[in-house]
Design a protein around this ligand. Sequence first.
Ligand SMILES: Cc1cc2nc3c(=O)[nH]c(=O)nc-3n(C[C@H](O)[C@H](O)[C@H](O)COP(=O)(O)OP(=O)(O)OC[C@H]3O[C@@H](n4cnc5c(N)ncnc54)[C@H](O)[C@@H]3O)c2cc1C
Length: 428
Amino acid sequence: MLYLLLEDFRAGEMVISMRIAVIGGGASGMMAAITAARAGARVVLFEKNDRMGKKILVTGNGKCNLSNLSFSDSCFHSKEKEKAWKIASRFTPRDTIPFFEGLGLMMKDKNGYLYPACEQASAVLDVLRYEVQARGIEVRYGAAVEQIQPLGEKGFALTVNGHAERFERVIVACGGQASPKTGSDGSGYRLMKALNIKMVRPVPALVQLRCQEKGFQALAGIRCDAALTLLIDGQEAARERGELQMTDYGISGIPVFQFSRYAAYALEKGRRIQVRIDLLPELFAEQIPDWLKQRMERLKGRSAEEFLTGTVHKKWILYFLKEMGIKPNGEADNIPLSRWIDLIERFKSFTVTVTDTNSFQNAQVCAGGVSLRQVDENLESTQYKGLFLAGELLDVDGRCGGYNLQWAWCSGYLAGTYAARERKKDSV
Ligand SMILES: Cc1cc2nc3c(=O)[nH]c(=O)nc-3n(C[C@H](O)[C@H](O)[C@H](O)COP(=O)(O)OP(=O)(O)OC[C@H]3O[C@@H](n4cnc5c(N)ncnc54)[C@H](O)[C@@H]3O)c2cc1C
């Protein structure tokens, strides 16, 4: 009788529907649960919080940058870069769009960056939640999975609140440990370690960098366009251009976030990290003398501060004048061309020394996680058949710009699809 109740007819063939547990109700977990349920599995989703998708609500400053049409291998980082790209290419933004359109979400494209048209991250979460409900997925809240016990052919026993329950397949989608207040507190890493699954050491990524230099209080609050070069032991390691944000302890903003992962790993190895900041990227070094001569000609009789006004943010002007011992209200005409050249060169190569990154609390994602060597291209564990992994738990981190959620959708989709795939004599 029980077997009859579990029967399901697909394509004229009688199959017994699979019982799958999904651990974690974030972006990747909800995607995995929906995909597995659509494929006919009976899905139970365990979420330790009292609601799903808390992190989705804070993405993109509450607007949720859910993917990006500009899509290439350079958007994803991993120790196994080639494999990461192979996997990421199996469910691309071109698949994300119809998936969300199918859930009723209208989207807008801002230079390739995809957002919900209503610019509310809650809309992305809601359409996922409604589909979870519509697909009959059983969601258990306040359910932190404490242990995954492999039972060989019989699947896995999950321990939740001291109570063990058996499932044929398990999808682990617990996230990493970035922004732990949203629920991803590293418990997924602990579950993996208990199973002897190998990890690439997680570090904070898409995060601010703390600097050694004093006097940053005077610069805090500046937001300006800049070209940044990351130097590791004096060697150029990465370049970024975009809006730099100055804080009282260091540097922030998207260009800083983009290379923070490299800085984090290099700092761990005790290497010297610097960032060279060009505040006037449009002005080429060889143009500086002529440009200054013309400026001195046109702006005769001005004070030093007035002479520089209109070049960079006022706080930078006062900072550099002080550094060079030039009085802001002193006459600009009395300052020789060579000193002005020196000052403009400082605008173009302000170099700061990085002492640390901010912590996981402030990081948007984790770099590192479960090594991709531990899974096949369907995201099934190579060690434990029937165990699938998805999302940020894996050693894949994307650039800022919608790529981390794209990875969550992609990996959730693959894990859900292949976890639900039948294997003969494999059902309860
Ligand atoms: C401030 C901020 C802004 C961001 N903005 C963007 C953006 O605009 N675009 C973008 O692409 N990415 C963005 N990201 C990154 C993106 O949100 C994450 O990469 C993505 O949400 C990860 O999804 P996930 O499903 O792997 O993990 P998570 O979303 O972290 O979900 C994991 C879930 O598992 C639950 N859980 C953990 N352990 C257990 C357990 N043992 N038992 C049961 N449940 C458990 C957690 O409570 C959580 O709900 C941002 C991140 C932050 C912090």
